[in-house]
Design a protein around this ligand. Sequence first.
Ligand code: ADQ
Length: 741
Amino acid sequence: MLGYWQSVARYTPIAILTDLDGTLIPFAPTPEEAVPDAELLELLLSLTRLPGLHVIIVSGRPHGVLEHYFSDPSIWLVAEHGAWCRGEGAWQPTIDLDPKPVQALADRLESIAKPYVGARVERKTWSCAVHYRQVRLDARAAFGVEATVAIDEFLAGHPSFERVDGNQVMEVRAAAARKSFAVRWAKTQLADARIIGIGDDLTDEHLFGALGPLDESVLVRGGIPRRSRARWEVDGVDGVRELLAFLRDVRSGAAPGRLPVTPLPPPAPRLVPSASLLVISNRLPDMRSAEPVDPVRRNNVGGLVSALEPILAARHGLWLGWGGRVVPDTDEPSHGIDEGSSALAWFDYKQSWLRGYYNGFCNATLWPLFHSFPSHVVIDEATWRSYVDVHDVFADAALRHVGPDDTIWVHDYHLLLLARALRARRHRGRIGLFLHVPFPSLDILEMLPWAGDVIDAMLDFDLVGFHTLGYMRNFLTSAASLSGSGCGPEHVEHRGRFTRIGAFPIGIIPESFQEQPEPALVQEIEGLARSLGTEKLVLGVDRLDYTKGIPERLVAFGRFLELFPEWRGKVSLIQVSVPSRADVPEYAEQRANVEAVVGRVNGQFGEAHWVPIRYLYRGYSRAHLTQLYRTARVGYVTPLRDGMNLVAKEYVAAQDPADPGVLVLSQFAGAAAEMKDAILTNPYWADGMARDLDRALRMPLDERKMRHARSLAVVERTTAKSWAASFLDALSECPPRQMEP
Ligand code: ADQ
């Protein structure tokens, strides 16, 4: 651990983002009495004098107070939980809201507080806090009722504000002001900076939650023990100061003192006590119909099921969706509940829904549109109408299972209008959407005649989550342009509705790709490799879909054999493609196309003792996939566009750390935003892909080990479980919706 923290301390550039009260200085009976001392100022300045190191104080205090305490411009400041920041220049506001209403609330709270000795109202620009620590115990209840009535009335008319209760303080503040803003701001000001976030209270959890896989989060122990997203902890203000001195001394080459941090175990998913949780996806994880079970679908949702199951079980939750059976339009679709390890509420589709909604608008319009394939996009008003209508079916089905205040988590592009349909049925509870596919740029989205409607309906969700910051930015730009909404860095405000926007990169359950395989399975995969007459294997694993870039990959492999003839007879590519949407004509075409390229490359280069490409059109069990991943020297994951791409993470998880393979990853997969130690490649350029493959095959062991260790750290940090927990945490923090009477 000492060596690890020494390497953290030497990293350049580094940014220390630290809270003030309870972290750098101890709490005092009133904020005015908690003041930075000379020793602290000297410690902070000695850090900012070191090249490549920045100190940013991130506090809930008013910006004027921070300015007064830290006038030296080398210390950067983020005040009022992210509403103001001061970097190289003058103070900048980060939110665009009229502060007058909250100031009027502060006036009202002050007049309520007057007769209560000890009650104090603290004013900030977009917030006000009511402190009642010093109000006599027997007067607190009466004061609390009066203040709460005033605050509730205010919140009913001002959806951009929220109430946050602290230790003997109630605060009303702009919902957009979050300490997570400080992380994004630091990353834009200081490109490639590694962040050490330090804090003690709940608002610091937003900061910890926004940190990337290479950043460090440090919880300051002192108050009531609580669950935290932090990776490390220190003991009180003294521990923080000791840590800062350690960082300074290591970095400046002086003899460091004791390292005061200890590791914290990763948090268990928070199981928010609530009546229930309803998860909705187009298709249910397990089919109750008599159809043969499609292994990909099972595998595909496997991560989702394992991530969501404990949460659903603890909250008496339910998963709702299409059970997989289709009935003629003349029949009444049936519905029911299957009780299993998690309860599944299913209903049947009518034939016309499958045609118009699922194969039509979902798969022939939204899928290519969101993956930026404009030439594949079909625009058809009839399928759009079907899409709108099926949302009513889903909304009615949902309300059979939840009360008006329950939380609903909706998945993917099939259900973008669902919050609107639920609000129309007076659902007040929180509704979140997670989009598993990319969100395109505005110029692509605008191809859709109903783009404005779609965006407007998405703003009826309380939280919309994406895999990456890039998709999130595309959404914010589209929302601002198509619906004229007001956008902050992490929210959209439109017609009195407030929608939080966030990036929640999905992960896998790494352990399930690290189990020891049965010896028979090892032999089977070894036999497969031997039958190809090769020394090294390159592996592609995908659903057979045009977005996955399979023909392009095979063409690039042919090019690789042309450009690097020394590899002929020594390297083979195994491409595993699982059937997908085979009833859509375009997908059948894709299959024929892939088979044609395989034939061409094998015909051109193959020899009696060596097969260049082995194409396997089938699904495999997880154990088989794991062993294939382990055997392959290169994971060739080159989609033309992909929301995340879990195969990239599975490949990394399955490697032997002592002799790992190399991941060659498309720069257009969402995973590329996190997996910076893969070899990133451009799937549209065959020669570039060929050279990247050559480089991966020649990579020395030391470099392979180093890149793999860093990629594995990413895969283990953001798992399927932490993804589900952080989305639900963020959803539970959304201010409740006020319904119009
Ligand atoms: P998919 O487009 O299905 O998912 P991906 O993330 O790669 O893409 O997941 C595919 C899953 O299917 C993997 O778990 C893989 O192991 C499995 N699989 C693929 N081929 C298989 C085979 N032949 N046999 C067995 N299993 C196979 C969508 C988005 C992605 C996003 C996920 C999750 O398109 O971008 O990563 O959702 O949000």
